[in-house]
Design a protein around this ligand. Structure first.
Ligand code: TXA
Ligand code: MG
Length: 340
């Protein structure tokens, strides 16, 4: 199949929407990462998402809506806490896990009795959902296991020939996926950290827990997708923590080069010149963690383009969006950490 590339004019969005209404899958931009959309009420269309991505069928999808009232089409009940979150954070990078309605096929929820739903804060995404006339089930538009796409070029790199189309709306802003917040239990629980931080949620909800599996890496996470290897570059990534990180990375670079490796270093603009001889990718500015989030997945993909076979990465403080950055980095590194 040839993958059509659409711009963002009204007529191009109408064409992309027609593909969606006809049961095809189409990539589209959101404020977090690019999504791969299909009619959330059409089981056959949703199955095509799993095929195109090579996604395990036990990993549920997020349903994207363009209007607040559409939430009632996909969930059975909207508890008070959910209402407050919607008011404060929608449209935005927050997915709410709520009891699923009968209209949503089990392909979307992977058979769970809950569904993740969010309203993206992106004009093109909202226009596309509106033009299609239905909520869109959409995971990130990458091949399963790869870093999420933050540009249409990333989507094509992974899925060209496997999907009907992609809408090119430029680079996604936040850069890491939405926060997944489970509101189906007694206490709100973050299943995946993202653009809306724990601190922001606590202001609205009071007590907010974090799925304990996220920190320990041990046990079965409540969000099925979290258990899979994800975000990984093709080279072996190591996180380097502690005060001597710069010195130790420099030593490791020398050792790995002597052993014949192509060595990458993931750092930020502040230290971009500190690792001579390595393939250095500077991702944003440490002083502004949002810029690191925005550049993270592109940086990880660049190591693949440079054929790095071992990569050392600096770490970040785990507050604010740093929690999401470190969650993704730990997974990209398969939890390999060097403490200095
Ligand atoms: O920012 C985002 O969330 C992007 C854009 C496209 O909206 N989407 C995204 O989708 O990251 P995906 O499929 O790559 O990740 C969805 C995550 C997975 O970890 C999945 O297991 C979890 O959300 N999830 C979805 N529905 C769930 C549910 N009912 N209960 C628990 N976890 C759920
Ligand atoms: Mg994903």
């Amino acid at each position: 199949m040839e993958t059509k590339r659409f711009g963002t004019t009204e007529s191009e969005l109408a064409e992309a929407a027609a593909l969606l209404a006809g049961g095809d899958v189409v990539g589209f931009p959101t404020e977090t990462v690019y999504g791969l959309g299909a009619n959330a009420f059409d089981a056959a269309a949703v199955s095509k998402i799993f095929q195109a991505k090579g996604r395990p069928s036990d990993n549920p999808l997020i349903v994207h809506i363009a209007r607040r009232e559409d939430v009632d089409k996909v969930v059975r009940a909207v508890p008070d806490a959910a209402k407050r979150c919607m008011e404060r954070f929608w449209p935005g990078p927050l997915t709410l896990v709520l009891p699923v309605s009968d209209r949503v096929p089990s392909e979307v929820t992977a058979g769970l009795d809950t569904v993740g739903v969010r309203m993206p804060d992106h004009l093109i995404a909202l226009q596309l959902i509106d033009a299609a006339g239905m909520p869109l089930a959409a995971p990130s538009a990458n091949r399963s296991g790869r870093p999420s796409p933050t540009t249409a070029a990333h989507v094509l790199e992974d899925l060209s020939g496997r999907i009907a189309g992609v809408v090119d709306g430029g680079a996604a802003g936040v850069g890491v996926e939405s926060t997944v917040l489970d509101l189906s239990g007694p206490v709100p629980m973050i299943l995946r950290p993202g653009g809306v931080t724990r601190e922001m949620l606590a202001e609205v909800l009071g007590e907010v827990q974090i799925d304990p599996v996220l920190a320990s890496g041990v046990g079965t996470p409540k969000s099925p997708g979290v258990k899979y290897t994800h975000y990984a570059p093709r080279g072996e990534m190591w996180l380097v923590a502690g005060e001597r990180d710069q010195e130790v990375i420099a030593e490791r670079v020398e050792q790995a080069k002597r052993a014949g490796h192509r060595v990458g270093v993931l750092t930020t603009e502040e230290r971009a010149n500190e690792y001579p001889g390595a393939i250095v990718i500077a991702c944003g500015r440490r002083r502004e963690l949002a810029t690191v989030a925005a550049g993270l997945y592109d940086a990880i993909r660049q190591f693949d383009h440079e054929h790095a076979d071992v990569i050392y990465a600096e770490v970040f403080p785990e507050s604010g969006v740093g929690l999401a950055i470190m969650n993704r980095l730990r997974k990209a590194a398969s939890h390999r950490v060097i403490h200095t």
